[in-house]
Ligand binder design. Structure first.
Ligand code: DLL
Length: 436
């Protein structure tokens, strides 16, 4: 793999500023953001008043913990523009979450917000190893989802030429990678696997492709999956994180030279990690739920947003800005199976460590006899293996899950292509449990 480390001189000075400098900037911006939210959004005025706090009560960064949280339902309750802090004619863009559970969540951006978004995504792409003059195959979905257009904005800001292919039509994805010879690809890790399958189907060796780096996010993925993808494509695989409520992609990103967690662009997003039960902030290094406060957002300022994503904060390495550990999962996706907490990423890790299995999987939950059962659907790499060999692989995966996660599960090793493929975010859990 190529050394893609960006020149130090190409970084934004704040990325490598001293901690004192970063904290001073954060404090200034935090004061502005709290005041802006309080003065311009009825929801924040009410929630601060009810909690008996005022923007003037913040004199240090730690004082932020006095302020109330914002949760997803607050955004839904204020659908569509109740959380907007600027007159409607100052909005330059809106995006919305898919709203799988009902009401979509709407977010909006002013021109300045779009410019900041572009600059944090540009920073992320640069950290991942792209530079002016490169070409990027952008297979995140375009539309209301922030992935496609968010990455596009950052690529424009960095001077990278974008192929705005969006998700889907996998055959064409391979064709255009082969014909256009891009340096990088931005895509969900699960859709990258579908593209890999298509390479195999067409009999083309992905290791010979032009790709030097893949920038993967929008869903959890493990370091084991990173290795799999890096080896399959002979390219770097870097993690990018973000969520619409905070801005979209580009809240944090790994640096290609270290790949040791995602540097949070702390001059725009103030991170905290809290104990999800007590709501109290925990010290850096301790695991909990990520909470973000926007520091520069004009249209939809967001104060102490509970992401439900589990991670921990770590000191900076390649940059002075702090890192967040790779997200292990969302608290919403945590399965409690007979009293044991299980995340799909743990199943992914066990699967990737089991020889003979392809990286596609889905978890089915059921409770036929009132007892919860977890069933893993996965595929073997070799279609010609017989029933006995499949049973042996299934047994070895079940034993590994028992060993590492501590639960008994059933496994079905199905034919290649029988596990549903993703064109965006993978659906990892099918919950067929009935509430008795
Ligand atoms: O998924 C934004 C995005 C697009 C990020 C493209 C990266 C690349 P939402 O649709 O609002 O926004 O979903 C946000 O996705 O709270 C996490 O649960 C999950 N997520 C995003 N990035 C990662 C990641 C976009 N790198 C939700 N690792 C977040 C794990 C991620 N989970």
């Amino acid at each position: 793999m190529k050394d893609l480390t960006p020149a130090r001189s190409s970084l934004d000075p704040i990325e490598i500023a001293s901690r004192d400098e970063i904290s001073a900037l954060q404090l200034d911006r935090l004061k502005w953001s709290l005041r802006h939210a309080y003065d311009n959004v009825a929801f924040y005025r009410k929630s601060f008043d009810e909690a008996k706090v005022h923007p003037d009560d913040l004199s240090s960064l730690d004082d932020l913990s006095k302020f109330p949280f914002t949760v997803k339902t607050d955004l839904r309750d204020n659908y569509p523009f109740g959380m907007c802090a600027v007159p409607r004619d100052q909005l330059a863009r809106v995006h919305a979450s898919s709203g799988t559970t009902g009401q979509p969540t709407v977010v909006g951006y002013t021109e300045n917000d779009l410019s900041h978004w572009g600059s944090v995504v540009a920073r992320s792409l640069r950290a991942a190893g792209l530079k002016r003059g490169d070409m990027l195959h952008n297979a995140y979905g375009y539309g209301l989802f922030t992935g496609g257009l968010g990455i596009h904005l950052g690529a424009d800001a960095l001077g990278v030429c974008t192929v705005p292919i969006s998700g889907g039509m996998t055959q064409r994805q391979v064709r255009l990678i082969e014909d256009f010879k891009p340096n990088g690809i931005t895509v969900t890790p699960s859709y990258a696997l579908s593209i890999l399958d298509e390479y195999a189907r067409q009999g083309i060796d992905p290791r010979q492709s032009s790709l030097d780096v893949g920038i993967f996010g929008a869903e959890p993925w493990t370091n084991a999956m990173r290795l799999e993808i890096e080896q399959a494509f002979d390219m770097h695989a870097v993690d990018i994180y973000g969520l619409s409520e905070i801005i979209g992609p580009g809240v944090s990103c790994e640096c290609v030279e270290t790949k040791d967690g995602l540097h949070i662009w702390e001059d725009h997003f103030y991170p905290e990690v809290i104990d999800p039960v007590t709501g109290r902030p925990v010290a850096d290094g301790e695991k909990g739920e990520l909470v973000f406060t926007s520091l520069t957002k004009e249209a939809f300022p967001i104060i102490r947003y509970r992401t439900r994503d589990l991670s921990r904060l770590l000191a900076g390495t390649a940059r002075t800005m702090r890192r967040m550990e790779k997200v292990t999962g969302r608290s919403d996706d945590m399965i409690i199976l007979r009293g044991v907490n299980v995340f799909p990423t743990q199943i992914e890790e066990a699967l990737m460590a089991t020889p003979g299995l392809a990286p596609h999987f889905q978890i089915h939950l059921d409770n036929p006899g009132r007892m919860d059962q977890l069933h893993v659907l996965c595929e073997c790499t070799d279609a010609s293996v017989g029933a006995d060999a499949r049973a042996a692989v299934a047994k070895s995966l079940a034993a590994r899950i028992k060993d590492t996660v501590g639960i008994s599960v059933t496994i079905d090793v199905v034919n290649q292509g029988a596990v549903a493929r993703s064109e965006g975010k993978a659906i990892r859990i099918i919950d067929k449990r009935t509430r008795h």
